[in-house]
Design a protein around this ligand. Structure first.
Ligand code: IMP
Length: 196
């Protein structure tokens, strides 16, 4: 039977992200997805910053559905591309592109480039009651010249974390979570929730 854990909505339907968050705060909260609360809205992500987009999503859920919630927005910043794709990481290869399209474009933009340094940054916006809080997490790495592994999602096959020397797609979900941008941002949120 379900225990009396407080419900907290994660404003996403991405099952990888939901699993990552449940592994970190699942003992404290029953994490619900957008689908779980009957939200099938196409929430606009029109802000020019990660923080702005995370706040749009969290406020959308709080204001329209009434749940305490958090939302994340992530960018992949590649040094040789002046920080691109950054806040536009999801649509790097075009409006309705696939993760594979994005990887193909990234590898082609970096063809012949020696400086492959990159980082993922996640901003999490948390709204509990009328309190809004922001948490950030980053992970340093580099973009490989070829795809590796078959786990994870998004750019995971070509992002090699400095700390592991492996592509995220080659790591177990637990190992990725322990060093990832989103893992770090959600653990910062967890610490704040435990101490409040
Ligand atoms: P979002 O803001 O979390 O939806 O992410 C923006 C873009 O970054 C999308 O293309 C995602 O696939 C990608 N992305 C976000 N998190 C990760 C990750 O942990 N690994 C690889 N790609 C990611």
């Amino acid at each position: 039977m379900e225990t009396t854990r407080t419900e907290l909505v994660f404003a996403t339907n991405n099952r990888h992200k939901l699993e990552e968050a449940r592994a970190i705060v699942g003992d404290m909260f029953r994490i619900l997805s957008l689908a779980d609360i009957g939200c099938h809205d196409d929430i606009p992500e029109t802000a020019p910053t990660l923080e702005g987009n995370a706040l749009i999503k969290a406020r959308w859920v709080k204001q329209r559905y009434g749940y305490d919630c958090f939302a994340d927005d992530t960018g992949l910043m590649v040094d040789a591309l002046g920080g691109a794709p950054g806040v536009y990481s999801a649509r790097y290869a075009g409006d309705h592109c696939s993760p594979d399209d994005n990887i193909r474009k990234l590898l082609s933009e970096l063809e012949g480039e020696e400086n492959r340094k990159a980082r993922f940054t996640t901003v999490v916006a948390l709204i509990t009651g009328d309190c809004e809080r922001i948490f950030t997490g980053s992970v340093e790495g580099s973009i490989s010249t070829e795809r590796h592994g078959d786990g994870g999602f998004g750019y995971d096959p070509v992002f090699v974390a400095d700390e592991s020397g492996k592509a995220f797609a080659e790591m177990t979900p637990e190992a990725k979570n322990s060093i990832s941008h989103r893992g770090r941002a959600i653990r910062a949120m967890e610490e704040a929730l435990r101490s409040s």
